[in-house]
Ligand binder design. Structure first.
Ligand SMILES: Cc1cc2nc3c(=O)[nH]c(=O)nc-3n(C[C@H](O)[C@H](O)[C@H](O)COP(=O)(O)O)c2cc1C
Ligand SMILES: [Fe+2]
Ligand SMILES: [Fe+2]
Length: 404
């Protein structure tokens, strides 16, 4: 059951948050058993109220219920669309129908993307980068923050209250971790869910995290409260989430962390991987291992979460129909797309009659700025074809390549 919450989180500043427990695959891709929240915000002023963002379409009715608790159709003056992705804009038309006098504000590109919401489009007024809205004693500055997460994305800086409404930026997955950063419910899980959100949703544009944070700093934006559209609201230590995002944007590596992703139909590759991970641990590395086998199917979102801060990646796959085993090809391509940053990669592959997987995997990884330090191709059908001595040699070769 999905539930919602309306709560005053600052003086005259309210969160309207719905816990989405239905979506299992965010953007039809990312596995999220931890769920996701959509956080809209409402600011009360002396001359009416401003709503920032909204909820995904299936929750439009609930959003109107939530709005009734804090405002009314005649009090609501503006809806700010910080981002047009339908997890936030999906209920826009319903909100405009509920409050027909409302004005809709957003990036000029947002207006052009509003075809699905004709009434909202009619009420739309674009805002320039840095433009200020003064209303009932409050000053709201709109700051364009491209590619966090789309080109039309912006933040709303409530200068009079030191509150930054950030939409996707500084957000995270998860409905179980409380409302605020100081509630500390399952803190480590919350941080991991945030890391997973960053890499899956913003990972491809991660260089824009640093650029936009630098832009905010240059403008002197020092929020006392960071109000993102997903997950925790940061009030105890807003600087902390800024630093965390910066680190992830730079794909900073954790010392010794090695991501190992392999596929194995009949155990040949798995036999090599067992020896490799054993050797890695012996040498003080911290391998994180995901295997596609006849009994295990890891989540791609979790693999990516561990790719972003790994020092190196080991990809291992059998040759399959003259190509890379398909699930591993997908994993490699996504790691490339979302998490590459000049790091080391090792390719391990096995084949029965003609090695192709290794070459293809190498091409994928080199195509996105990984430096492939070793490629191993092993001819074998079934794990019994590899002697213990051979497996040991392969493992040593892999670890030696990482240490070069
Ligand atoms: C469905 C299937 C397709 C395969 N296709 C190829 C191929 O195109 N070329 C090749 O050299 N070997 C091919 N092989 C052989 C495997 O690549 C080889 O046996 C490998 O060592 C299997 O590793 P695994 O035991 O970890 O699954 C194929 C094997 C299977 C089961
Ligand atoms: Fe988004
Ligand atoms: Fe979003």
């Amino acid at each position: 059951m999905s539930t919602y919450r309306v709560e005053e989180v600052g003086d005259g500043f309210y969160v309207l948050r719905v816990n989405d427990r239905y979506t299992r695959f965010f953007e039809a891709l990312w596995e999220i058993p931890e769920g996701i929240t959509y956080n809209a915000y409402l600011l009360k002023t002396g001359e009416g109220d401003v709503l920032f963002d909204g909820w995904k379409k299936p929750f439009a009715g609930m959003l109107l219920d939530a709005l009734e608790q804090v405002t009314s159709p005649d009090r609501l003056r503006y809806v700010v669309v910080n981002h047009m992705e339908p997890d936030h804009s999906g209920s826009l038309e319903e909100v405009v129908m509920w409050a027909p006098g409302v004005k809709v504000l957003g990036h000029p590109m947002a207006g052009r993307m509003m075809k699905a919401y004709p009434r909202a489009k009619e009420r739309f007024k674009p805002v320039r980068d840095g433009e200020v809205l003064e209303l009932g004693g409050e000053r709201i500055r709109f700051i364009h923050t491209p590619w966090l997460h789309w080109p039309e994305t912006m933040m709303s800086w409530i200068e009079t209250k030191d509150i930054l409404v950030t939409c996707d930026a500084f957000g995270g997955y998860g409905v179980f971790y409380g409302l605020f950063d100081d509630e500390c419910t399952r803190w480590e899980d919350a941080l991991r869910a945030m890391q997973k959100y960053v890499v899956t949703v913003i990972g491809h544009y991660k260089q824009w995290i640093g650029k936009n944070i630098a832009k905010l700093e240059k403008l002197g934006v020092k929020p006392k409260l960071i109000a993102p559209a997903h997950g925790l609201i940061w009030r105890r230590d807003p600087q902390r989430v800024i630093e965390l995002y910066k680190e992830l944007g730079e794909a900073q590596a954790k010392k010794g962390k090695v991501l190992v992703v392999y596929a194995s139909m009949y155990g040949t590759v798995e036999t090599m991987i067992r020896r490799i991970t054993c050797e890695l641990s012996r040498k003080g590395y911290k391998p994180v291992v995901y295997g596609y086998t006849d009994s295990t199917r890891p989540y791609i979102a979790e693999i990516l979460t561990d790719a972003i801060d790994a020092e190196a990646v080991i990809l291992a796959a059998p040759t399959y129909e003259a190509d890379v085993f398909p699930l591993l090809r997908l994993a490699a391509e996504e790691i490339c797309w979302k998490a590459s940053d000049g790091k080391k990669a090792v390719i391990v592959s096995s084949y029965g009659w003609g090695s192709i997987a290794a070459k293809h995997l190498r091409k994928i990884m080199e195509g996105c700025n990984y430096s492939v330090v070793e490629t191993i191709e092993y001819n074998a059908i079934g794990p019994l074809a590899i002697t213990s001595e051979e497996a040991r040699k392969i493992a040593e070769q892999v670890v030696a390549a990482l240490e070069k």
